[in-house]
Design a protein around this ligand. Sequence first.
Ligand code: PLP
Length: 392
Amino acid sequence: MNLHTKAVHAGDRKPAQKQIPVSTPVHFAASWICTDQAEQDRIFGAEEKGFAYSRYANPTNEALEQQITALENGHGALACATGMVALQHALTAVLLDRPRRVLCARDIYGATLKLLYDVLGPFGIETTLIDTNDLDAVRRAIESEHPGALLMETISNPLLRVGDIPALAQLCRASNVAFIVDNTFATPLLVRPLELGAHIVVHSSTKYLSGHGDAMGGLIVSGEPHFETIRRLSRIVGPILGPMECFLTMRGIKTFPLRMERQCANARSLAAWLRTHPKVERVFYPDDPSHPDAAIIARTLPENLYGGMVSFEIGDASKPEVFAFLDRLQLCVKATSLGDVHTMVLHPWIASHRDVPPKQKERMGLRENLVRFSIGIEHIDDIIADIHQALA
Ligand SMILES: *Cc1c(COP(=O)(O)O)cnc(C)c1O
């Protein structure tokens, strides 16, 4: 056998092992060998489940998809390369046979706004921003604008507003509006939107689900009606996550409930401490009885699990004073992203919400003196000590 032939055959494709590995192997194969054309015919015709080409299906991806489907109580899932491409794919799937207008929560991730305006807008998909906490406004907008989809986040960024998913789901279902919920901040430990009537859940698994800041990823979980379309389009476009990231995400998800419980407990303790600090003006955390959505929170979030995000305003700090506070932090990691095992902090004004127009920031109630913490799994005393010395 020639060297060129050996280079592409040797070592690979050993006969299937008798023993089953305890974790799903990372299947880097792009395609699967066809030993029986009749079987291949049935696989291509979707009459039989099987693997032919990794853009269609891959065993490592499938294992992660089954895992998140189980956690969100969905019908099926698609693992995507990023949270953003998962959002784009979900929107494309539902708008295929619906009016090309998206009703989108006013409080939403900055890149999601850019997706709507800069990517989907030029293709004729229009966006209306709305306060999803104002049910009457949502009802009126559905009646007057006939949107094809409603998009919101379970817990909004960075002011941690919580919407009434069951009531919004009812409005959507009465008017054939596809209801998509970005559940990144809440995770299925706190809220499972599909159980509350949403049609599709999207995650940036880059955040809490992976949890270690080492794997990008997005997950779409859907009920039965939309799943076929999501998969059919994915077979064509292939917005899929690579098998290595699928493996890392699955591995992360195994410990996510434990991490999230600790992050929620730490965040709650930190919020309580911040409320007593003379230099802290306002604390945003959903356990607050005076939170504008307190009644919805009591119905929606489990007791003691209010999420791992805490935002607060520092006195009447100017931008340089906020910068100085951030520069003094020693332990808290100053980096974009959230949901990692380590505590992270960012300044929404210059980072996540940099491109949001000033008027829009004002309507949201987003001020320059706001900092947003994603609380990690460290000991709470060490987190507080770091913030304490930096506030001094
Ligand atoms: C990070 C994030 C996204 C985007 O996810 P990527 O994995 O960065 O593409 C979407 N929604 C929310 C709420 C996020 O925090």
